[in-house]
Design a protein around this ligand. Structure first.
Ligand code: NAD
Length: 357
């Protein structure tokens, strides 16, 4: 029998990391050690179904804690690290950038440093096989006009929000660790993810859950800001492929081939809910409320993912209609998860930040 590789996954209690770990454990891709600080954005309940699987281990802790990370690396001897851990919400980065610098910049640097020290002690065969895969965003490339070509891997960085700037800085450190020390790094830059298990501060789950509660569906500005939407399961498969076959030192853009205006996204969710959970006296779209635009709101992001398609044979499998339908169904069928995640911290934050909208 083949020996499964061991992955140290950081931020695995968040949206994308948890979806990745569920897939990795269920498909027996790897043994997984999940290091997560458990910030407001995390939810261990998402991983309850695999919590007692012998191939899965959870450790609460900070990627910036070099002693802890070094200990885990010695203890578990992972074949690769996948860094999902981050502060990830643009609006929060505008209100309070500090945590973004601390985790996304300093934390990633500390994680790289611990990884380098571990990697340098490996045998030369193991050194060659080792991978540090850093998960990043298309927001590092800035904003596009409607007629502009989509972001490519060689598009210059031009981050506009504190979130994007912090991710850009982390990408640069990953690059530097490859060029300076030879650490075998990979970086992926993806578009907006959607799908099951996403914390309901992001557009799609926020819209679904507000609609079900008959609350306003806030839309920034004129609703014509365009994002590319990537189904989270497609993204996880792309990451796994890059991990196995990606060329060391390179970056890969991952997109859903699916650009949509925010207003269109919200209208489609309303139409799905009108079908699946109809209200007797009105359509969900009557809840749509335009609110003051986000400061510095990027107009459009679009990903050119021809490199990963050409070099590694990856294509997104989900189209937006089927992906959105699955997502809405998941939230309708998982009210326990929803109730848990919406209590406590999240409620307080919502009150502070969304009450006056
Ligand atoms: P998320 O906010 O849902 O989860 C982040 C996780 O990281 C949480 O569980 C949190 O507790 C953990 N974390 C935060 N700070 C930590 C620290 N210092 N040490 C250890 N753990 C820490 O984020 P997500 O949506 O799953 O995004 C994962 C990654 O993908 C991030 O790096 C993000 O920048 C990137 N990304 C996300 C999207 C998207 O649409 N969600 C798009 C592009 C890129």
């Amino acid at each position: 029998s083949t020996i499964m590789p061991t992955l140290l996954v950081t931020g695995g209690a968040g949206f994308i990391g948890a979806n990745f770990i569920l897939q990795a454990i269920k498909s027996q891709w790897a043994n997984v050690v999940n290091l997560d600080k458990l910030t407001y954005a995390s939810n261990l309940q998402t991983l309850a179904e695999i919590a007692s699987n012998p191939n899965y281990h959870f450790i609460q802790g900070d990627i910036g804690n070099v002693e802890l990370v070094s200990y885990l690396l010695e203890q578990y001897q992972p074949d690769a690290i996948i860094n999902f851990a981050a502060e990830s919400h643009v609006d929060r980065s505008i209100l309070s950038p500090h945590d973004f610098i601390q985790t996304n910049v300093v934390g990633t640097f500390q994680l790289l440093e611990a990884s380098r020290l571990y990697w340098q002690k490996l045998s030369s065969t193991k050194q060659q096989q080792f991978r540090f895969l850093h998960v990043s965003t298309d927001e590092v490339y800035g904003s596009l006009q409607p007629q502009d070509p989509a972001f490519r891997e060689d598009t210059p960085y031009a981050p506009n929000s504190p979130y994007a700037a912090s991710k850009a800085a982390s990408d640069h450190f990953v690059r530097a660790y490859y060029h300076t020390y030879g650490l075998p790094t990979l970086t992926t830059n993806c578009s907006n993810n959607y799908g099951p298990r996403q914390f309901p501060e992001k557009l799609i789950p926020l819209t679904i859950l507000n609609a079900l509660d008959s609350k306003p569906l806030p839309i920034y500005g004129d609703g014509q800001n365009v994002r590319d939407w990537l189904y989270v399961i497609d993204h996880c498969e792309a990451i796994y492929l890059v991990l196995q076959q990606g060329k060391v030192g390179e970056t890969y853009n991952i997109g859903g081939l699916n650009e949509q205006a925010n207003l269109t996204v919200v209208e489609r969710i309303c139409a799905i809910l009108d079908e699946l959970a109809p209200k007797s006296n009105s359509h969900y779209s009557s809840l749509i409320t335009f609110v003051k635009d986000r400061p510095g709101h990027d107009r459009r992001y679009a990903i050119d993912c021809s490199k990963i398609s050409r070099d590694l044979g990856w294509q997104p499998q989900e189209n937006f209609d089927s992906g959105l339908l699955k997502t809405v169904q998941w939230y309708l069928n998982n009210s326990d998860w929803v109730n848990q995640v919406r209590s406590g911290d999240y409620q307080n934050w919502l009150k502070q930040n969304y009450e006056n909208r």
